[in-house]
Design a binder for this molecule. Structure first.
Ligand code: ARG
Length: 590
C-alpha cells in the first residue's frame, strides 16, 4: 500500500474533466478550496467564462450537468456569479481515511517524489570555542524541521553544519594552549551533558585569559600572530592543537544538540576549515573570469545596488590585501563543493536575516561565475531575531548574550512543573522525562509556529501554557486520544465503517485529516514549517469539537464506536507524524 490520492485531488480531477468536456479548447484550473458553505468551492469557472466570452452561471450549470454525483461527490450546485459548491459523500471521506490508515509504511498515504532532487542544507552552525546562543537555536530548530519535511517528501538531503572553526582568533588560542598545555584537560566527565558543560567552561576560561594576555602583552601578541601563519601553512603541531579546540567544542555542541533532542552527525560537520584547500582556486577562478577585480590590493566583487551610506559601492571582499581569506571566500568555495561534488540542485542556508546582504552578494557572485544558474539555485531561509519579553533582542540583565543551555534548562524546569501539576499516575522518573519532552517541544514549537523571517518573543510562560497555540496543547491532545484508545473494552478497536453517516464534526475532522498530505507538501516546498504547525493546531481543535459533540465509547451502535475509535486513532497518528516532522515528541501519557 503506497500513496493515497486526496479527496481534493479526486474532486479536482472530476471537475477538470467536466470543464474540458464543456470547453474542449480551454484548459483551466478549477481552483478548488475548502469552504464554509459546502465542503469545497470551485472558483475557476469565472476566469474560464471570461476567456470564452460565455455567461459564467450558464457555463457553471453546464459543468454541473456533466458531473456524476454518487460515491465521491454527493452534491454540487451553482452559487453566486458562477461558483460551484461541492459536498463530499460521507462514505468517500471515511474510505479515503481508511486507505491512509492502512498504509503500513507509516506515511499515512502521503506520496513521495518520483524524481527527487538533491538539496544541501546548511544549518546548525555554531562557532568553535564560543558559547551557543539563541541564534544558533533558531538555525538548528528550523533546519532540523526542514530536513525532516524534505526527506519525507522524498528529496535527497545532504546536511552541512558550517561551523566557525577557522580564523585569526585561533592563533591566539593555540599559542596560549601551547604555553599552558593542561588548560583543556578533563576531570573525567561521566556523561555527555556533564562533560559538555565542562568542555565549554574550559574553552570559555581559556578564551578569556588568552584574550587578556593578547590585549596586554605585546610579545604574546607577536607569537599569536605567528601562529596564525603557521596554522594557515598547515604546520602539523599547530594543526594538532587547533584540532583539540575543535574536538573540545564538538563535545559541547553534541551535548547541546542532545538536549535539543536532535540528531547531528559528525560526518555532516564540515566547518569553514573544510574548504581551506579550495580558497586559492576559488579566487583564481573569480579573478580570471573577471567576476572579481583587484581594488587597493584586495580581490573584490562589485554590485550596482550595494552601496554604503556615503554612496560608494561596498564590495564583497574575497581576498584581503594581506592575502588572507575570509567568510566570503569560504562560502564561495562551499558553493563549488556543493554544486560540483555533491551535485546539489538546491542550496539552502538557514541563517540569521542579518546576514542577508552577505548571502545576496555571495549568491550573485556565484551566478556570475556560472556556478549557480537556472538549474541550480541557492536560497537563504532567513530567520528573524529572538526577542526578550520587552521586545528587545534577548539579553541577560547584565546585557550579555543568554546561554542557550540555560534557556533550555529553564524551559525544562517550567515544563516539568506543568507536567507535575497535571500528572495523575506518573512516577518521578516519568515526570522528569515528560518534562524534558514538553519543555524542549515548547521551545521548538514557539520557534516553528511563526514564519521564520519574523522576530519572536521568547516567553516561557506563554510557551508552556496549556491553552492556545503551543506544543503542550498538542501533546496533551495526543495523550488524551491515546488514553481513550486504551480505555476501549476488550475486543473493541478502531475500524472504519464507510456505510455510516457522519456528524458535521466528524466530517470536518475527516476532511482536515485528508489535507495532511497537501499541507506537508506545501510546507516542504516553501520551507515553511509554520504551515504544518498551524495545520496541527487546527487538527487538535477539530478533534476537540468532535470529542465534545460525538461520544466515542458510548456511541449509538458498535459500528459507530469502532468508526469513532478509528477517527481517534488516525487523528493521533497524524498528530504524531506531524509533530515528528517538527522535531517534537508526543509522549503516550502526560
Ligand atoms: N557560524 C555562523 C554564525 O554563527 C553561521 C554560518 C552560516 N553558514 C554559512 N555557510 N555562512 O553566525
Amino acid at each position: 500500500m503506497a500513496s493515497v490520492t486526496s479527496l481534493t485531488d479526486l474532486v479536482n480531477q472530476q471537475l477538470a474533466s467536466a470543464l474540458s468536456a464543456t470547453l474542449p479548447e480551454a484548459s483551466a484550473d478549477p481552483l478548488l478550496r475548502r469552504s464554509d458553505r459546502a465542503d469545497f468551492q470551485a472558483n475557476g469557472i469565472l476566469a474560464l467564462a471570461k476567456k470564452a466570452k460565455a455567461n459564467p452561471r450558464e457555463l457553471a450549470a453546464e459543468v454541473v450537468g456533466r458531473i456524476t454525483t454518487g460515491e465521491l461527490i454527493k452534491d454540487v450546485e451553482v452559487s453566486g456569479p458562477g461558483f460551484l459548491n461541492l459536498t463530499i459523500a460521507d462514505g468517500a471521506i471515511t474510505s479515503n481515511l481508511a486507505s491512509r490508515y492502512a498504509d503500513d509504511t507509516g506515511r499515512l498515504g502521503v506520496p513521495s517524489a518520483e524524481h527527487p532532487g538533491t538539496t544541501v542544507i546548511d544549518y546548525a552552525q555554531p562557532n568553535v570555542a564560543k558559547e551557543m546562543h539563541v541564534g544558533h537555536l533558531r538555525s538548528a530548530v528550523i533546519g532540523d524541521s526542514v530536513v525532516q519535511l524534505l526527506e519525507f517528501t522524498g528529496e535527497n538531503v545532504v546536511r552541512r553544519h558550517h561551523i566557525g572553526d577557522w580564523g585569526t582568533q585561533f592563533g591566539m588560542l593555540i599559542q596560549y594552549l601551547d604555553e599552558h598545555p593542561h588548560e583543556l584537560d578533563h576531570k573525567a566527565g561521566e556523561n555527555l551533558q556533564a562533560s559538555g558543560e565542562e568542555a565549554m567552561s574550559n574553552l570559555d576560561r581559556l578564551y578569556k585569559t588568552a584574550r587578556k594576555l593578547f590585549d596586554s602583552d605585546e610579545e604574546f601578541k607577536t607569537r599569536a600572530r605567528r601562529r596564525v601563519v603557521d596554522l594557515q601553512a598547515g604546520d602539523p603541531a599547530t594543526l594538532a592543537m587547533w584540532q583539540k579546540f575543535v574536538d573540545e567544542s564538538k563535545i559541547y555542541f553534541f551535548s547541546v544538540f542532545e538536549k535539543l533532542d536532535m540528531e547531528i552527525r559528525d560526518a555532516d560537520i564540515v566547518g569553514e576549515s573544510g574548504y581551506n584547500d579550495m580558497l586559492a582556486e576559488t579566487c583564481r577562478l573569480l579573478e580570471e573570469s573577471g567576476v572579481a577585480v583587484r581594488s587597493e590590493g584586495a580581490l573584490c566583487v562589485f554590485f550596482d545596488d550595494v552601496k554604503g551610506p556615503d554612496g560608494n559601492p561596498v564590495p564583497l571582499i574575497v581576498q584581503k590585501s594581506d592575502g588572507g581569506y575570509g567568510y566570503a571566500a569560504t562560502d564561495l568555495s562551499a558553493i563549488r563543493d556543493r554544486v560540483f561534488r555533491l551535485k546539489a540542485n538546491t542550496l539552502l542556508y538557514v541563517v540569521d536575516a542579518r546576514q542577508a546582504l552577505h548571502f545576496k552578494m555571495v549568491f550573485e557572485t556565484a551566478r556570475r561565475a556560472g556556478w549557480l544558474n537556472d538549474d541550480v539555485h541557492a536560497v537563504q531561509l532567513a530567520f528573524g531575531t529572538v526577542l526578550g519579553k520587552d521586545g528587545k533582542p534577548f539579553k541577560t540583565r547584565e546585557g550579555e548574550t543568554v546561554r542557550l543551555v540555560d534557556l533550555l534548562d529553564e524551559a525544562i524546569d517550567r515544563a516539568s512543573a506543568v507536567v507535575r501539576e497535571k500528572a495523575q499516575d506518573l512516577s518521578e522518573e516519568e515526570i522528569a522525562e515528560r518534562g524534558t519532552q514538553v519543555g524542549i517541544g515548547a521551545v521548538k514549537y514557539a520557534d516553528l509556529s511563526t514564519s521564520a523571517n519574523r522576530d519572536y518573543k521568547f516567553d516561557l510562560d506563554q510557551m508552556v501554557s496549556l491553552n492556545g497555540d503551543t506544543s503542550v496543547y498538542l501533546q496533551y491532545a495526543y495523550a488524551r486520544i491515546r488514553s481513550i484508545l486504551r480505555k476501549a473494552p476488550e475486543g473493541v478497536g478502531p475500524s472504519a465503517h464507510p456505510e455510516l453517516e457522519l456528524a458535521p464534526a466528524e466530517r470536518a475532522l475527516g476532511l482536515h485529516l485528508d489535507a495532511f498530505a497537501e499541507t506537508v507538501a506545501e510546507a516542504a516546498r516553501e520551507y515553511a514549517p509554520h504551515k504544518l504547525a498551524a495545520y496541527l493546531y487546527q487538527l487538535a481543535s477539530h478533534y476537540t469539537s468532535f470529542y465534545d459533540k460525538c461520544p466515542v465509547l458510548k456511541a449509538e451502535s458498535p459500528e459507530q464506536v469502532e468508526n469513532r475509535l478509528f477517527l481517534c486513532d488516525i487523528t493521533a497518528a497524524t498528530l504524531h507524524r506531524g509533530m515528528a516532522l517538527l522535531g517534537i515528541r508526543t509522549p503516550e501519557r502526560l
